[in-house]
Write a protein that binds this ligand. Structure first.
Ligand code: AMP
Length: 339
């Protein structure tokens, strides 16, 4: 499904005049604007133009930044066509969350899509996605949706999976790209695709950070200068934890916690080192890939961050998990095939 196709004649953002909505002449090709679809019928027409196979999708809530751009670039690198969805999904926000103040930056978002050579942008309103209002039938994230972020945000992952399922059906994408930044979301989307037989390949993209380590997030726009400095403790804690990975789980947790306790202005919700497949705390004997994740409030802003780590000899931070992550081995089991 993840075909790497020869896109010499179908380079995203470079198409013939017949499929271009607006075009400017370049020396050898015609550079097009992304096609913007706001309704289901506009999407259907534009999607049909892309043909079958090799279609990648990047789903976003807008307020695009370099993290989103990295997903788009990865999609462009190995999909034949790239669709970006921009939809602020009300279903995944709780009644006391930040839906109303979530940044809306449509013009800047389009500029990024244009710059990155996106061919099709699906930008619907809630009434297009949910014509009958809130859907009575939703995807249930199951038990993995009730821990960590799901515990802090009840119903959040049901709302995420419901819209992801709908967007996969509407875009008929073959490959979908998600950020490691939202590790639990990524895990649950993978599970949904597997458990409910969605014909899509899910690809993880490493977290993009500022040079000082802060993970890029649309919510960083809420942070004033001093909040932003406070927020740095999250990525610093993860880095300290990952640096202790050779010593085992308790050393990782201790090192990360030591950074967080020095920053009383960050109200930490959780700091965990968990099995990336079950999200359960890894025991002290565990060696292998684990998820070091943190969430906390800085001022009025809830932030999350994580780093995949390899615990044990030669351990440290990873960019993304391997295919068989979550099957840790005992520290003294030198004959294990995973060792
Ligand atoms: P959002 O618009 O926040 O729903 O994010 C859309 C997609 O971008 C999700 O797959 C996120 O995981 C991903 N994403 C957000 N921030 C980053 C980041 N800093 N690095 C990589 N991917 C990101």
């Amino acid at each position: 499904m993840n075909e790497t196709v020869d896109n010499a004649d179908t380079t995203p953002g470079v198409t013939s005049t017949t499929s271009a909505t607006s075009a400017t002449t370049a020396s050898t090709a015609i550079i097009t604007e992304p096609v913007v679809a706001r309704t289901r019928s506009e999407l259907r027409v534009a999607r049909a133009e892309l043909g079958e196979g090799g279609v990648g999708v990047v789903m976003t809530m807008g307020a695009l930044h370099e993290g989103h751009a990295a997903l788009i670039r990865q999609a462009r690198a190995n999909a034949r066509h790239v669709i970006v969805t921009i939809f602020l999904n009300p279903l995944q926000f709780g009644p006391r969350e930040d839906l109303a103040r979530y940044p809306r930056t449509n013009d800047a978002d389009m500029e990024i899509c244009r710059r990155e050579g996106v061919e099709l942008v699906f930008m619907p309103t809630p009434s297009v996605v949910y014509p009958e209002g809130d859907p009575g039938v939703r995807v249930s994230a199951g038990p993995l949706g009730n821990v960590l972020e799901g515990q802090a945000r009840p119903g959040h992952f049901d709302g995420v999976l419901t819209v992801v399922g709908k967007m996969l059906h509407l875009t008929r994408a073959d490959v979908a790209y998600y950020g490691q930044k939202d590790a639990q979301q990524l895990l649950l989307i993978r599970r949904m695709a597997r458990d409910l037989d969605f014909p899509v390949e899910v690809v993880a993209v490493p977290t993009v950070r500022e040079t000082d380590g802060l993970a890029l997030s649309s919510r960083n726009m809420y942070l004033g200068q001093s909040d932003r400095e406070t927020a740095l403790c999250l990525s610093q804690a993860l880095r300290a934890g990952a640096a202790a990975a050779v010593e085992g789980p308790s050393a990782v947790r201790r090192a990360a916690r030591a950074v967080l306790v020095r920053e009383p202005l960050a109200l930490i919700d959780y700091l965990v080192l968990v099995d990336p497949a079950t999200l359960e705390d890894v025991p002290e004997w565990y060696r292998g890939e684990a998820l070091l994740a943190v969430a906390g409030r800085v001022g009025t802003t809830r932030l999350i961050d994580n780093v995949p780590v390899n615990v044990g000899p030669g351990g440290g931070a990873l960019e993304v998990f391997s295919e068989d992550a979550g099957r840790g081995r005992e520290s003294d089991d030198l004959t294990s095939p995973l060792s």
